[in-house]
Each structure stands twice: as structure tokens, then as C-alpha cells.
Design a protein around this ligand. Sequence first.
Ligand SMILES: Nc1nc2c(ncn2[C@@H]2O[C@H](COP(=O)(O)OP(=O)(O)OP(=O)(O)O)[C@@H](O)[C@H]2O)c(=O)[nH]1
Length: 367
Amino acid sequence: MPALILREAMPDLPSHSSPSYVLSPLARKIPDYDLNGSRPGSPLPDTLLSPAFTPPSTPGSDTPLYQKEPKSIPVDTSLQRPPKLLEKLPEVECIVRARIPTVTGAEMFLHLYQNNVDGKEHLAIVFGDNIRSKSLHAVWPGETERDRMTRGAYTGRLHPGRVSSRADPQSSTPEHIGRDNHTAPLVRIHSECYTGETAWSARCDCGEQLDEAARLMSLPSSSGGVIIYLRQEGRGIGLGEKLKAYNLQDLGSDTVEANLLLRHPADARSYGMATAMLLDLGLGGDTGIRLLTNNPDKIRAVEGPKREVVVKERVAMVPLAWKTGGKKGIHSDEIEGYLRTKVGKSLANDDRVTLLMQASRSGKWAI
Ligand SMILES: Nc1nc2c(ncn2[C@@H]2O[C@H](COP(=O)(O)OP(=O)(O)OP(=O)(O)O)[C@@H](O)[C@H]2O)c(=O)[nH]1
């Protein structure tokens, strides 16, 4: 892999286009939760259950209210002045993929990528059979059929005794590379959040958003989709620095001020990696994608320097607590502050108005 590109090399770029390579201390994963004596399978105390962790909010679960395809808003960035993005996209390669049955019955294919920029294992979580990685399916010199199946470069399904990675007569899934060209697939660009996704944090809605994206992509009516899972913890500042920011927030700063006090940009993330991965997954070009986000900065940044990927429509991610008038979703003083700062400081005017309307309709905030 070529040398890492460091943030210092591009001092004049806006935060959302910087490669923001930050070394964060290795996060130790908790293999089994053991809180107040609870083990997997036994109920956790209510106070510890965030919606991100609660089975009913996980993909494919039966929540009749939200079984419909999400509403989207047309997007046309072709007339916008392009933001200052890195001219060259990172080189990415999918080195392994595996089928993951999920706890709700929905299935996804987890794709693990290597790249020539930051040495991190970025992921693509693919729902549906139609989206295939070009680099994964390329033939590697000297590899056997078993090698190909072991790294996930097969079509159809694996089963005991299968000997070929090519079209499998026993498989009931379609054997085509390519996708339904009628509907732009749903895409979520998600930045890692250890606290919100794994450690039951009610400081942010990251876990809820990840669940909601997966659920929408595995609806029976959905033509599938991709969650690009980027290893840029804490808006790119890393877990250790994010934890310091949390302490500053407890001392009275909001989420943006805390980053600035720590001498980090308000948002140190970049999206070129996501563009490169989407291209590898065959989602470049005119068919376009439907992007799940409230963050307008993300839209043009994900499209890439030459609009290699086209965002046709945007699907808003309204917090569950707002959508349900507080019946579901996260409840904490911290999430209120987090969303208030995000809406007030990070969003463009149109998005701010839309989200504030939602919040006021649910009785959350007066506008
Ligand atoms: N620095 C910092 N990062 C945070 C904090 N809370 C959450 N994050 C990180 O923020 C990221 C999620 O970003 P958000 O700004 O909430 O959402 P977004 O991805 O820009 O926008 P959406 O697409 O609309 O969700 C994750 O990487 C979290 O770890 C915080 O208080 N400080």
C-alpha cells in the first residue's frame, strides 16, 4: 500500500473533504455484555436499552407503521459550485465478503475493503443480490475455485460440497451481475460510532440511524441498498478525542464547541472513500443513488470530484422520537442537546427548517 496521506498535507481543504487520518487507540470490544449480571439472552435493565440495541428497531422487524418505502426529495447538484474535494479518489479493493444472516431474518453481505490511503478496514453492508463488487469478483492469479469461494467471490449461495464459484445450479437466487435499473438504490454513508452503536449511548442517534437504514434496505418492497460503514469515529477525530469532547460537553460546551476547544474541526470527516467504494459496487454513473441523510455537505462530497456517483434523491433520516411524538426512540438530555446543535449549527437552512418543523410537530421544540 502506498504511504498514508496525512491531514497536514492538505491544509486548505474544507473539513468534509480532508482525508482526516487520525490514529485512535485500539478500542477493546466487549465480547459479552454483563451488566448488572445480565447475559446475552436475558433482558437488560430498561435504562440500558437504547433503540439501537432493542430488537424491534433492528432490520426487517415488524413495525407496521413504517413498512412503506421512504419518501425522498429530488436532488440536483449539477448546477452547484463543486466543493473543494481531493482530485483523486482513493484506490479501494474488496478483499472478502460473507453472508450475514441478521437477528430479524433479513440477510446482508458484509464486504471488507482495503485502500491505499488510511490502512483502515472500511465496510460495505450490502442488502439484496443485485449489487456486486467489481474488485471482489476479479480473478486473482493462481487462485483455485475454493480460494474464490473462501474470499466470497461466488454467485448464488454456498452449500456443503459446492465446488465452483461460478453459477450454481442448486442456487435459487438470481445469478446476474448488475441491478434493477429502474429505482436508484438506497445508500447510507455511516461513520463509525462505537458509543452509539455498541455501548448503548444515548448521547447521539447513530445506532438508531444504522438500524433504520438497514431496516429500510431490507423491506420486502426494497430493491436493496448499501450502507457504507466508514471507520471515522467521532466525526473523524477518533474515539479517544470524542470521549474528551463528551467530558467538555458535560462541562457545558455543545458538540461543535467541544471539538473546537480540542483544536479539531467541527467535522473532520471525508467521503472520497465512500465514493470509491460505491463505484466498485457498480453504483456510479447516471442511474444514481438515493442517499439517506440530513447532512447537505455529504451529498456533493459523496458524489466525488467529477460527479462519479450521482445523488438523484435524498431521503431524510428523522429521529424516531420526533416521528413518533416521543413514543419510540432515544430519550436523554444529551440527545436533545446533540440534535439541537446538529440542526442549529451543521445543517443548511432548508434542512434546518424541515427538521425543526418535524421537531415542533412532535412537541419537542417550539419554533
Ligand atoms: N466529535 C464528536 N463526534 C460525535 C459526537 N456525537 C456523535 N459523534 C459522531 O458523529 C458521527 C455521526 O455524525 P452526525 O453528524 O451525527 O451525522 P451525519 O452522518 O453527519 O448526518 P446524517 O447523515 O444526517 O446522519 C459518528 O461518527 C459519531 O461517532 C460528539 O459529540 N462529538
